[in-house]
Design a protein around this ligand. Structure first.
Ligand code: SAM
Ligand code: SF4
Length: 474
């Protein structure tokens, strides 16, 4: 164990990734169709899969079986999540970084990167711009640097919550930053964060060592792998895991993610709230070996298989991906997407149009505005949602009842999605989006049987639409 690990690891810290075992599982090819179908059926019964079962789905390359996996992912998404899609935006706070991750434009050896950390006033200006577009949920993103201590992160979170613009306010702030120690997590929890996200990047030890030089803090595989265990031990109850696809065999990373989810569930009684699966993107000052890059078709397979493996975990697809692919994989069970994203420091107020590679961590594939993204969701009959109710009512972590209580989604999630959509339509939408959104709300209301809930929801929608009331959640 390194000094860092001796001081700060979680009580039950363990390196639960056995490269040889996982690689061995991936050696099986052409599994029996009946075995694949049994596993699909287990997942459709809303039971999480083990790593061995997930490996069987990964080995199923026969086109007929792959189609069945896609279909099952669509069915599971409809059964569990319904048609809601939650929207958020990333907000980069600072790109100073002591690490040297080979794939990232913020790496310390990239001398051409324009280094910047937003001041309190600059941060507030970004938040106002995001609010004026209609955002309610943000993820704050940080490089790793002594400046970005837990106290600094907490103070950024407080600035975001206290910045309002007209009717706009941010109601949930998530974090993507370096792993912290227990005390650090407690500090950011006190500031009222939502999810703390840490991506392992690659679960494969040898590849991890290649991409993260040993003389950097990120070079410590176990310290990072244990990062969210410490967070849960310190009292956070909402964490997100992820892998950066393109560093190693994508099928291995899927097994790594599933292993991590199962580990957290077993040791803390609560699995990750979300899984992210970013693919490597071109970045300034970065060149990479294309051997492990994931093709679009395999990317779709990995999303569908993740959906089946962890039925109750939210899946996040960011604007790294191109619009047509995002649209397609929404059907396989992606539950959260960003819209109108800019990832240059200060990008929401200082830039329009083309992205500036030297100012961002990597290039984006989808530069559409939030209104365009919402317009497409509505055209595809999804319900765009800005709901933050569970988190604000303390319904998180093991108490997160969204899936555990029969009827919860009908009773809370759908009405909250419709109410927050109405707020967006009235305050921020273009005329076309507003028209499409109001039609969707009307048809959703028609589907709700006469009940106290329906009467209450109708009343709230009128209060939002005609009386300017806001934040009326169930
Ligand atoms: N610096 C912190 C860290 O590394 O944990 C915070 C996160 S970093 C700013 C956000 C994430 O961006 C990384 O975890 C990595 O997965 C992803 N990333 C870095 N370079 C990328 C690239 N070229 N293409 C796509 N995603 C990239
Ligand atoms: Fe720094 Fe994170 Fe980029 Fe690595 S991925 S160089 S830690 S910002």
């Amino acid at each position: 164990m390194s000094d860092l690990e001796m001081m700060t690891l979680s009580r039950a810290a363990a390196d639960f990734i056995d490269d040889d075992y996982l690689a061995g599982l991936l050696e099986e090819s052409c599994p029996e169709k009946s075995r694949v179908r049994e596993i699909i059926a287990k997942s459709l019964a809303k039971k999480a899969l083990g790593v061995e079962e997930t490996a069987v789905l990964l080995a199923a390359a026969d086109p007929e079986l792959v189609e069945e996996i896609f279909d099952a992912a669509r069915t599971l998404k409809d059964n569990i999540y319904g048609r809601r899609v939650v929207l958020f935006a990333p907000l980069y706070i600072g790109n100073e970084c002591v690490n040297d991750c080979l794939y990232c434009a913020f790496k310390r050896s990239n001398k051409k990167a324009l280094r910047r950390t937003l001041s309190r006033e600059e941060l507030a200006a970004q938040v106002e711009a995001l609010e004026q577009n209609g955002h309610k949920r943000l993820i704050l993103v940080f490089g790793e640097h002594p400046r970005y201590s837990a106290d600094f992160i907490a103070s950024c979170v407080r600035t975001v919550y206290s910045t309002q613009s007209g009717r706009g306010e941010i109601r949930r702030v998530n974090i993507n930053a370096a792993p912290l120690d227990h005390q650090g997590y407690r500090r950011v929890k006190e500031a009222g964060i939502g999810t703390y996200q840490i991506f392992q990047e690659t679960y494969h030890h040898e590849a991890y060592a290649r991409f993260h030089p040993q003389n950097t803090s990120k070079g410590d595989y176990l310290y990072r792998l244990d990062g969210l265990s410490r967070a849960l031990e310190a009292g956070l109850d909402d964490v997100g895991i992820g892998a950066l696809f393109g560093l190693h065999d994508w099928r291995f990373e899927v097994l790594g993610l599933v292993s991590h989810a199962l580990y957290l569930e077993k040791h803390f009684g609560v699995g990750p709230h979300t899984i992210s699966f970013p693919r490597l993107r071109p970045a300034a000052g970065v060149s990479f070996d294309s051997r492990c890059l994931v093709k679009d078709f395999d990317f779709k397979r990995l999303v569908a298989i993740l959906r089946l493996a962890v039925p109750y975990t939210g899946l996040i697809c960011t604007a790294r991906e191109k619009p047509h692919l995002r649209r397609e994989i929404l059907g396989f069970g992606v539950s959260q997407i960003d819209g109108g994203s800019r990832i240059e420091l200060g990008g929401y107020t200082e830039l329009e149009g083309e992205q500036l590679m030297e100012r961002e961590q990597f290039s984006l594939g989808d530069l559409r505005s939030l209104d365009q993204v919402i317009g497409e969701l509505l055209a595809d009959n999804y319900i765009p949602s800005f709901c933050t109710a569970c988190y604000r009512l303390g319904r998180t972590g093991e108490h997160f009842m969204e899936f555990a209580i029969p009827g919860f989604i009908k009773q809370f999630c759908t009405p909250n999605a419709l109410a927050t959509l109405m707020e967006y339509l009235v305050d921020y939408a273009s005329p076309e989006t507003r028209e499409a959104g109001e039609k969707l709300i009307a048809s959703e209301i028609d589907r709700i049987p006469e009940s106290k809930l329906k009467t209450e929801l109708l009343d709230r929608l009128v209060r939002i639409r005609n009386k300017g009331e806001r934040d009326l959640y169930f």
